[in-house]
Each structure stands twice: as structure tokens, then as C-alpha cells.
Design a protein around this ligand. Structure first.
Ligand code: AHR
Length: 494
């Protein structure tokens, strides 16, 4: 029997809702087909945005959306994506399949999407192939409310009112697709470009995100932090879970054996080590914690589905992905005092997507359900919690990782939200939960569970879905429960 202790008196930090953020790039069928079908499409839409997808994302609770990339961001020239659609420049999407990008989804469409979703904005600027002036003018175009060339151009294109930009990324993966730079050089460039990202919206300064490390590149973190520490609000980490650890053969999204399942979970759990170590490195440069950590690309990355464009990164999604999402979001919650935002890659039809579409059809993936279950954590206060757990072993990695990963938070009315992920493919876990100063009138629970390969698809529909969970009993100071294998369980303790 595992012991699970929750202490609502130990209030640690607010969980920024943006930890539950998403990322949508001009990549494959994420934007086009997945989100934006155009006003003339027979698929029901509002101003070109798919109604089914927007509704589903709203119900899931999508707080912030990163756009336009990714690698695409460092080749994106925003002026190509404004003005009358028929005269917008067409370009080659060199990173993603070499297809023609017609720029029909641009700045105005992005803000319209965020308006429909009711979410905050995160724009990623172009350092790799763009000029300082181009970046500066984009910020003026989006946010300046007065008389200026860019504000006039915006009004001419139909938006008299400026928009609000919450986060602005100064470059993406500048160590790789964003320009193959050294950290010292990028750090200097950040300062130069960032100087001209002006705060026009007096009350709300833009939060500036510096390009952070790839996986465990602690040297990058240290060098960039050293340069940007007084200017950046956040530094971004990218970490993808690749089951085989091999970029050429990453493994199938649906056809995997137990070892590969265990290795995926073990590798996903590495997020804990990466976050902790990068935070330590950041502290060694700037101990006041003012610069926050952003994990603006994370998730599983498999081989593309057979027969699909290799440049489109389209993959299916199973209960294995739900476990990765559940444990990762619990890790982020636990670091809520230092992580300001995280963005899973990528919202629709790409990598660990929450939604897949095929023409008019749409399915919600197991990952979608985890995000929806965890919605209560958004803006709650992280509270003290601890669980004892068996350690599991991944043969492929020769490494141990925990069977149970949890986090707990409390809302303004004292309702505790506890989420537990059982990462084991085949072993349930009995837990005994004690809540300090327990006076719960009611405990309600939900579960997402299934065999590790279980998925939703266009043939069989949405069979993997959230159910009420009743396999627990209340005790004098908490509850006892049997957490099934391969499951994500949420308790709401009122
Ligand atoms: O999410 C796919 C790609 O992964 C992004 O464009 C890039 O930033 C990363 O390498």
C-alpha cells in the first residue's frame, strides 16, 4: 500500500495557467486543415476557423497559443501574411515538406483564432533570417495604438484596434534550425533584437522569451542566461520524448512493445531531471528567480504514420501518450514556482496532438482528455504533496523511474485537485491518502485508462474517454483507492 500525503496548509505557488499552453506551427496539417479551413470551406467555420476544433479546444481549456513556429518562425516574414489574401506572397515551407505556403493564415487570422479561443498570445519572432527592423515593425503593427506607419497599415487591413501580445519569443532554436549559433553570439543578438521589441501597451509590458537549451545543453543555458539575465523574462527549454532515442527510427506511434512503452515513459520522466538541472544552472547565474523557465516545445515524437508526408510529422496518439502527458503536467505543476509557461507540440495533426482531423471528421486523442482533466489545476495554488511509489525499470535505458507521479493544488474555495498518473503498463497500485486537516464533505474522481495501445481513430471513434472513477473509499482523514495500470486519475476533494 503506497502512502499519499496532501497538505493544503502548505501553499507553494500559483500554477500559471500557461503551463497548459499549446503550440501551433505552419507545419503539415496543423494550421491548414486542422484549424483553418478558410471561409469558403464546406466544413463549418467562423471566419475560416473550424467550429468543431475551436469548440473542443475551448472545452479543454487552452490558455495560450504559440505561433507561427518552431523552425518556421525563423523563415517567416510577417508582411507576406497581411493584406488582401489574393495578393499575399506564396513561399516554400522549406522545413516542412517543401510545400507551398500561401500565407492565407497570417497575423490577423492568428489574433482572430485567439479571440475565438479566448486565449492569450505568444508570438515567436524571426532572428534567423529576419531583420531587427522587421521584428520591431511587427510589434508596432500588432500593439501600437496611435499614429504610426504600422498602426495605419493595420487599420487599412481591417483592424483599427491593436491587439495584445503577452509573450514574444526572440528567435527559436537558435542553436539549430534558427541559425546554428553559439550561445554567446545568440545572447548578444537577443539583446540587440529585444531592444527594439517596444512596449507600446503602457500597462502591460511584453514578456520576452530568450531561446534556451536543447535537452541537456547546460552550457547554452549558462551562457545565454549570462547575457540576457536583465532583459529576458523567460528562457525556453525544448525536450521531445523519442522512444528509441534515434532520430532516424524514432519508433511507431501505435505499434510498440512493452520495452518500448517503458522506455517512452522513462524518457518522458527525464523532464524532471532536465527542469531541475536547468533551474540550478539559471540560479548559478541569477539567483533571484526573476527569469522563469518556459518549456515551449515538449511531447512525444514518433515516425510519421505510414503513407503520410514525412515532412508533416503526423502521428497517432495512444494511452501511452496520455501517460506521458499526465506525468509531465504533474512535473510542471510541482515546479510551478519557476515554470511560467509550457507548450505541447502541436495542437492539431502534428506530433503529440490533442486533436486529429480528416476532412470534416475530428477525433479527440487520449492526450486531449488529460489536458481537460487537469484544467482545474490552472491558476490553482500548488500545495504540498508526496507519494511513496514503487520504482519501475526500463531495460532499454537501464534506468529506473517512478510508477506513480502526482501533484495537488487547491482553488479559492478550498477544493483540492489531485492528479495521479500510474505509469505501469500492467500493475495497479493501492494508495492510502491522508489529507491534513481533512474535512471533506465530498470526493469525486475521474479516470482515463486503457490498454497501452488504446487510441481514438476515424474508424472506431472516441472510445478512449474519461469516466467517473468510483474505486475508492473515504476514510477518517482521506481515502483509499486502487489506481489501475496505465491510468490518469483525478480526485476533487471538496
Ligand atoms: O515541433 C517541430 C519542430 O521541432 C519545431 O519546429 C522546432 O522548433 C523543433 O525542432
Amino acid at each position: 500500500m503506497e502512502k499519499y500525503l496532501i497538505n493544503p496548509n502548505q501553499k507553494i505557488s500559483k500554477i500559471n495557467k500557461d503551463i497548459y499552453g499549446h503550440f501551433s506551427e505552419h507545419l503539415g496539417r496543423c494550421i491548414y486543415d486542422g484549424i483553418f479551413v478558410g471561409e469558403d470551406s464546406k466544413i463549418p467555420n467562423v471566419n475560416g476557423m473550424r467550429c468543431d476544433v475551436v469548440d473542443a479546444l475551448k472545452q479543454m481549456g487552452l490558455p495560450v497559443l504559440r505561433w507561427p513556429g518552431g523552425c518556421f518562425a525563423d523563415e517567416y516574414h510577417w508582411k507576406d501574411g497581411i493584406g488582401p489574401k489574393q495578393s499575399r506572397k506564396k513561399m516554400i515551407n522549406t522545413h516542412w515538406g517543401g510545400v507551398v505556403e500561401d500565407n492565407s493564415f497570417g497575423t490577423h487570422e492568428y489574433f482572430e483564432l485567439c479571440r475565438q479561443l479566448g486565449c492569450d498570445t505568444y508570438i515567436n519572432g524571426n532572428v534567423g533570417s529576419g531583420s531587427v527592423r522587421e521584428m520591431s515593425e511587427w510589434v508596432e503593427y500588432m500593439t501600437f495604438d496611435g499614429v504610426s506607419p504600422m498602426a495605419e497599415l493595420r487599420a487599412k487591413n481591417g483592424s483599427k484596434e491593436p491587439w495584445s501580445v503577452k509573450y514574444f519569443g526572440v528567435g527559436n532554436e537558435s542553436w539549430g534550425c534558427g541559425g546554428e549559433m553559439d550561445p554567446e553570439y545568440y545572447g548578444c543578438l537577443f539583446k540587440r533584437y529585444n531592444t527594439y521589441v517596444r512596449n507600446y501597451d503602457g500597462g502591460k509590458p511584453i514578456l520576452r522569451i530568450a531561446c534556451g537549451p536543447n535537452v541537456d545543453d547546460y552550457h547554452w543555458t549558462k551562457q545565454v542566461m549570462d547575457k540576457v539575465k536583465n532583459k529576458a523574462d523567460g528562457i525556453s527549454l525544448h525536450y521531445y520524448t523519442i522512444p528509441t532515442g534515434n532520430w532516424t527510427h524514432k519508433g511507431s506511434a501505435t505499434d510498440f512493445d512493452l520495452n518500448e512503452y517503458n522506455s517512452t515513459v522513462c524518457k518522458a520522466y527525464r523532464m524532471e531531471e532536465l527542469v531541475s538541472n536547468h533551474l540550478k544552472m539559471m540560479d548559478s547565474v541569477k539567483p533571484d528567480h526573476r527569469v522563469k523557465l518556459i518549456v515551449d516545445e515538449w511531447g512525444t515524437w514518433y515516425d510519421v504514420e505510414p503513407g503520410t508526408n514525412p515532412g508533416f510529422l503526423y502521428q497517432q496518439n495512444t494511452m501511452r501518450d496520455a501517460i506521458v502527458a499526465g506525468l509531465t503536467l504533474n512535473i510542471f505543476n510541482k515546479h510551478a514556482d519557476r515554470i511560467m509557461m509550457a507548450n505541447i507540440a502541436q495542437t492539431v495533426n502534428v506530433l503529440q496532438a490533442v486533436i486529429l482531423t480528416e476532412g470534416e471528421k475530428m477525433v479527440l486523442t487520449p492526450t486531449y482528455h488529460v489536458f481537460k482533466m487537469y484544467k482545474e489545476h490552472q491558476e490553482n495554488t500548488l500545495i504540498g504533496s508526496f507519494i511513496t511509489t514503487k520504482e519501475l525499470y526500463s531495460e532499454n535505458d537501464n534506468k529506473k523511474y517512478p510508477q506513480l507521479v502526482e501533484s495537488a493544488s487547491v482553488d479559492g474555495n478550498g477544493v483540492i485537485c489531485s492528479t495521479i498518473t500510474n505509469t505501469s503498463a500492467d500493475e495497479s497500485a493501492e494508495i492510502c491518502c491522508q489529507v491534513a486537516d481533512f474535512n471533506a464533505g465530498e470526493i469525486k474522481a475521474e479516470i482515463l485508462s486503457g490498454e497501452i495501445h488504446a487510441k481514438n481513430d476515424f474508424e472506431n471513434g472516441n472510445s478512449v474517454t474519461v469516466r467517473e472513477f468510483t474505486d475508492f473509499t473515504k476514510t477518517a482523514d482521506g481515502f483509499r483507492a486502487l489506481i489501475p495500470a496505465c491510468s490518469v486519475v483525478k480526485f476533487l476533494i471538496k
